[in-house]
Design a protein around this ligand. Sequence first.
Ligand code: ADP
Ligand code: ZN
Ligand code: ZN
Length: 732
Amino acid sequence: MSILRLAIPSPLRRPFDYLPPEDMSEAQLENLQPGVRFRVPFGKRELTGYLLEVCTESAVPGSTLKAALALLDETPLVDPQLQQLCLWASSYYHHPLGEVYSTLFPKRLREGKPPLPAGTPGWQLTTRAKGLPEEALPGSPRQAQAISLLRQHECMASTELKSSGISATVLRSLQDKRLIEPRLISEHSHTFKINDSLSLNAEQATVLQSVLDAGHGFSCHLLEGVTGSGKTEIYLQLIADCLQRERQALVLVPEIGLTPQTLARFQQRFDANIAVLHSGLTDAQRYLAWEAARSGSAQIVIGTRSAVFTPLAKPGLLIVDEEHDSSYKQQDGFRYSARDVAVKRAHIHGCPILLGSATPSLESIQNAEVGRYQHQQITQRASSAGMPAIQALDVRKQVLHAGLSDTLITAVEQTLQQGQQVLLFLNRRGYAPTLQCHDCGWIAECRACDARLTVHRRRRRLRCHHCGASSVLHRQCPQCHSERLLAAGLGTEQTEDFLHTRFTQWPVHRVDSDSMQTKGAMQALADEINRGEPCILLGTQMLTKGHHFPAVSLVAVIDVDALLFSADFRGEERMAQLLTQVAGRAGRAELMGKVLLQTHYPDHPALLAMLSTTYGAQARAMLAQRRETGLPPAGQLVLMRTDCRDAEYGEQFLQTLREHCTPHLPPDTRLIGPLPSPMQRRAGKYRCQLLLTAPDRSSAQAAASLLVANAEGLPARQGLNWSIDIDPQDVF
Ligand code: ADP
Ligand code: ZN
Ligand code: ZN
């Protein structure tokens, strides 16, 4: 008897056995390859399952086995290496295999639909249309929509355009105007052209050569290069080498690092098919980019976190830019680190991988120190300017205007008068983080979270930045009906208002997730800033990633103190990374840069370290501390979390789990908790956690298996959810 063992997207951490579909022939059964999709009955639903193996015995009695409904693929859509990666990730992160498998596939395929056949008719922009400025494009809304869809994508299938509301008539008139042309999707195109590259300086050349010398097999390199040292140029030249070998390059960038500027740099260098994958794509766009990567027609694939699972026909090189960035870690559901998965993937494919950052994670620095990664360093900026000078600005006893001291205001004014740009960093959006009644002390709090509501004055709303709840901004105190409501504390909207009135001659641009909501807003702003006219940029961390603003010569952090006191053991590392990255926006071209940090704690050790040493030196000192305390990367952490509407029950669940596991824990591992999470109540649920510390990876893994096996055996009442997080990012 043949039994199909399938991975099914379900929270249960085990494979599921099925009988073959009734209409399946012996020959078909014999030819089945792992990875093919089946449609199967699952409870009352039908789901897509992925074949793991064909076996002859099942723990489930044959009579109760159900038959799969249909075989969906002749051959698997993803290669054995990628399937191997899924098996590894499922086991390492203790996440259900079926759910890991389904992250491989775009929606259409997860739903069990067939792939669009190669040669599906589609459309792309003509070279002429690509070169035309926005204004010269057609006025009809449908035509403009079609152009904008095709701009975002190499090409789109006619059917997908139709489902986006673009009729054949619209397409025909665009074709008549020579703006679009027909093209067959998934056509193999080997043609590409590499445009002129920069000639590398000595440090860059050494790095490039040593990565090339490591060969085409697996090798992992940590490229530690100061901000503006020309890391991207090295990526581009390595990719050029990869394309010449007729292989594909996969480049991962942080969530908000995938800016139009970054993309433009790749597009300028390569006349090639570049597939772009990020969270803002429609399902149809995602499918086409995925298919282009899988078929090999895209030579370069650039994407954010989940792009690490994109199938590649001919993988040749992986790059993880800003490898320290926390957006590589998925924080819910399948909690994986795309950086770590990428290293594993390169290992499985047998190809080189490069992790780049000006501020590498302590994990990667340690890996470089023990020789697991090859350490490549660039200590000088590529431009003539050199590193910016960093100063603390003591604001004690000073008058602050929307957070700005007079000294800072003067520095801003001088910079603008010299015709240069200013970047002000304030990591709090909205107008003010608190709304308080002056007469009775009432404070606006979120109903569902242990958190205060943020005042958003532009839209006249109060918002919770934790659960997204939003309500109309009060005019009166709900408790005493006083109208004397105070917006306490500082947010970007407030500072923007002040800057507008204080610096009337100069433009002020606010950059945060509120102001950059519309598509193309960031592009328009980047274009504006790169014209180089004096202006003020005020923004959150959105401003710090992936941007290259050559005319910025002054950078100021309005409230460094907000970063100084963190309960998390990674707080200091994050602060050093963030400040180094913010500071790195200054003086990237010929201008000498200056960085001012406003603080009430000019003697704080972390701040003094920032001023006196490099990130590299700070990181090594922090690493030494971690070795003393046994915290990552010296030791390993695993976090069990619960969330539950009932405040007590989650804690009881973890307490019972702890009691069951303690006698069987591997030596030198320890359980801490259960403890309430730092923000105990979020979106109406009470959160609790149990932390495991372990001296090394294998004991952490053994303990994690123990925790999961026991948690699965415990009754989870009261709508309790539990999850396990391997190598958690946020612990306290
Ligand atoms: P990073 O990625 O390390 O922050 P970039 O690659 O963005 O640095 O380079 C910073 C600036 O220096 C860019 O404007 C880039 O064009 C320029 N640059 C990089 N390498 C060279 C080089 N070898 N010669 C001249 N300019 C360079
Ligand atoms: Zn009141
Ligand atoms: Zn809330």
